[in-house]
Design a binder for this molecule. Sequence first.
Ligand code: FEO
Length: 393
Amino acid sequence: MKTRKIKEGVYWLGAVDWDRRLFDSLIPLPDGTSYNSYLIKGSEKTALLDTVDPTMEDVLMFQLEGVETLDYIVAHHAEQDHSGTIPKLLAKYPDAKLITSPKGKGMIIDHLHIPESKIMAVEDGAVLSLGNKNLEFIHTPWVHWPETMSSYLQEDNILFSCDFFGSHLATTDLYVTDEARVYEAAKRYFAEIMMPFRPIIKKNVAKVMSHKIEVIAPSHGPMYDKPNFIINAYQDWIADEPKNVVVIPYISMHGSTKKMVEYLVSALAEKRVTVYQFDLAVTDIGKLAIALVDAATIVIGTPTVHVGPHPNVVYAAYLANALRPKLKFASIIGSYGWSTKVVDQIAGMIPNLKVEILDPVLCKGFPAETDFQALDKLAVNIANKHEQHHLKN
Ligand code: FEO
């Protein structure tokens, strides 16, 4: 796509990656993504904010063909989907200064081998004058690396937030048009990379909100010309209290665990608990991450494989532990043929989750009446715990 004007002297540049389906060799991208870069032409100086993934560097270089001089390149974040084209830009604009946070400086040197002399580290609150436009740097660490920062264009009230508030969404829309679609994409993004840092994100949200913001311009997905939409969503996601939600990731080999999962889902639904059931053999792991943002309880369903849990369940438990959702309760249900250690093994895999373990239910072979009675008891236990905490759906 060509360069697009946002305001006088402020332009969107970047690349829309319609067909990318995996990020970090880990995160599913059902809707592609974009790498947004922004050009600010002040009356005296010109700055480019972030670059694009090196796989799409030609798109950015084409957009910059008519730009004779670049005085500054701002790297809000050292991850390569935004910083990866910086070496090529510095070759084209050898006099440009690269601006980073103090932590970003070392990380850019480590990742891109850029000479230290090219880099200017800026403190929190520093203001860069471009003549008639002033860019204020706001340190916003851990959204989602330790060096991340945002910047604020004072005259136009635009917050350039990089990954913060971003969404993996390929679109031709400059601004959000379909809020429901962007909500899901932004929540997926939050769940997969931001969620482990909820306490510090809370501080960062408060910090940027002390500025008058008319537009939030992230580095992925469309811009927000109604910033409260995404700020309110973030405030909901980072709130301390979870919701009246149970997430059940499971695997079934011969139907026993699946039967138990279906029974428990039905029992919980009757008690007005919202439940999300994920068959790990086929599920989009991003959907599971989204559900974990709000969940109060996780129930892991697994058959027994060589005494332990199924490997797909191990993956899901590891992921849930790494993402550190605000879960309060956990349980394990499943089946075994002759012996099992799945409860101890799974419980040992989730030390980051500060959860109370509720009585597990394991059946030998196919579930019998006593197993269903135990599942009824687990459903009552979960519903009561949620009610005691006054959790809302
Ligand atoms: Fe979009 Fe953390 O990079």
